[in-house]
Design a protein around this ligand. Structure first.
Ligand code: ADP
Length: 497
């Protein structure tokens, strides 16, 4: 009887593998960072072969840590950095160029052209996305236009495109299977999220042959089996989802109105909206999420550009702390920020403000403002930004937040989560397993093979580590939030580009 589910978590800076048992406990974990390439300002690339080799290395390491063989693994679930684009030769299986990473800005001018043509409206209607260079579509076009021989080869049907899930499945099956799941497809900016098919009009507009695209399948189903030579057995590959959607599933956010926030370098907030694709009027994205039965549903998604990155800034540039964790002590050493607000709009402001000209600002300084106030105001800024996004989601979806489930590196900060609960006036729930991305992929895989019977069984695995309950009154909350709004308004429209 197989005891484990293997989750392959292929992130932007590292590849990880976690083996989970039926209770959702971590039985072994291995992680390997891989090379980031910055060939020109604004460009970011990965080596697809290194993505693959680092992922295989951690799979082997995780297995050997607990002496587990292929027979002990029920199935494999994959979760991945989204939007990153790989194109390879169908005949040799070799990538024709480096992977273009989601962060890469090289196709920004194509987005300008899409807007000038007025095609952005069609894209937004069909794909739920606000056209941007970080989705896959313009990256594929760039490859076809700039890599020698690519366009001819693609038109002959010799090239295949994939996001990282597709690439890993292709390699795990020795080139037998070319698939993706609905969640990853929804981040390419080529997929009609309503009809759930590749959009031929967008493909034609961008000049991308449909023959390059993978078949799109549910996030929980058997896509294929690992080739015997690869992990020493034929293991079903039966789960796949983009990282944020996997985390939503791993947090057991299955019902409309369920929300999770991941506090990492940035923050990613997703609200499940069931079978309703909610169109945002506040600049949030509509994207495909996974329903509890594994079928495609919808979510609203918003992100905060600078979250944990502001804490890194305190540590590295301002040198006010030596570690991110140290901020918590400073926050607790003062009763409040003494009226200080930090707006970390280093790269402009995203939803719901959308002001690329905004820049970071510190407001409300008086002679009594000290280091601890400054640090506390920076930590609080994460919570304020998440609060702004949640209010926007509530408006768009008509669902009031009942509680917020959290994960990610900065969710270790108790002060931050207490302050989040205070200003949201909602319980903030931190689970005992904060590896929710990998866990979500494992759940998707195990549901397809019967390792778990259904979502109810999975829900029982979700264990609360701590609840943060609101502890301030209406007046204080309103006062704090209105100060934040004032600070944001002062940070707006600063840079003249
Ligand atoms: P990512 O996956 O985006 O790399 P992680 O989920 O690993 O990020 O979270 C790391 C981020 O969280 C860093 O930006 C770091 O500054 C921040 N962070 C980590 N621990 C804490 C803490 N105790 N308090 C505040 N921020 C923290």
């Amino acid at each position: 009887m197989a005891k484990y589910i293997m989750a392959l978590d292929q992130g932007t800076t590292s590849s990880r593998c976690i083996l989970f048992d039926k209770e959702g406990h971590i039985c072994s974990i291995a992680k390997k960072e891989f090379t980031q390439y910055y060939p020109k300002p604004g460009w970011v690339e990965h080596d697809p072969n290194e993505i693959w080799s680092s992922q295989m290395a951690v799979a082997m390491e995780a297995m050997s840590q607990i002496g587990c063989d292929a027979e002990s693994i029920d199935s494999i679930g994959i979760t991945n950095q989204r939007e990153t684009t790989i194109v390879w030769d169908k005949n040799t299986g070799n990538p024709i160029c480096p992977a273009i990473v989601w962060q890469c800005r090289r196709t920004a001018d194509m987005i300008d052209r899409i807007k000038a043509d007025g095609f952005d409206k069609i894209i937004q209607e069909r794909t739920g996305l606000i056209p941007d260079a970080y989705f896959s579509a313009t990256k594929i076009r760039w490859i076809l236009e700039n890599i020698h021989g690519a366009r001819e080869a693609a038109e002959k049907g010799d090239l295949l495109f994939g996001t990282v899930d597709t690439w890993l499945i292709y390699r795990l099956t020795k080139g037998e299977i070319h698939v993706t799941d609905y969640t990853n497809a929804s981040r390419t900016m080529l997929f009609d999220i309503h009809k759930k098919v590749w959009d031929t009009e967008i493909l034609d507009y961008l000049g991308i042959p449909a023959s390059m695209l993978p078949q799109v399948r549910p996030s929980s189903c058997i896509y294929g089996y690992t080739s015997e030579q690869i992990i020493g057995g034929r293991i079903p590959i039966s789960g796949a989802a983009g990282d944020q959607q996997a985390a939503l599933f791993g947090q057991c956010c299955f019902a409309p109105g369920d929300v999770k926030n991941t506090y990492g370098t940035g923050c990613f907030l997703l609200m499940h909206t069931g079978n309703d694709p909610v169109t945002s009027h506040q600049g949030l994205l509509t994207t495909i999420a996974v329903n509890p039965d594994g079928s495609p549903g919808y979510a609203l998604e918003g992100s905060v550009f600078i979250a944990g990155a502001a804490i890194q800034w305190l540590r590295d540039e301002m040198q006010l702390v030596t570690s991110a964790a140290e901020t918590e002590e400073y926050c607790n050493s003062v009763p409040d920020t003494n009226g200080v607000y930090v707006v970390p709009a280093f790269t402009g402001l995203g939803a719901p403000y959308w002001d690329p000209y905004a820049r970071g600002a510190v407001l409300g300084l008086t002679r009594g403002a000290g280091k601890a106030h400054f640090i506390r105001a920076t930590v609080e800024s994460l919570a304020y930004q998440v609060c702004d996004l949640i209010k926007a989601m509530e408006k768009d979806s008509g669902h009031a937040l009942s509680s917020l489930r959290v994960d990610g590196g900065a969710s270790a900060n108790n002060f931050l989560l207490q302050f989040q609960a205070d200003i949201l006036d909602t319980d903030v729930l931190r689970p005992s397993c904060i590896e929710t991305t990998a866990l979500g992929a494992a759940y998707l895989a195990g549901l397809a093979t019967g390792f778990w019977k259904n979502a109810d069984e999975i829900r029982q695995n979700w264990q609360l580590e701590r609840t943060f309950e609101p502890a301030i009154g209406y007046q204080k909350r309103t006062h704090l939030l209105s100060g934040w709004q004032k600070a944001v308004s002062r940070a707006k429209d600063w840079e003249e580009l």
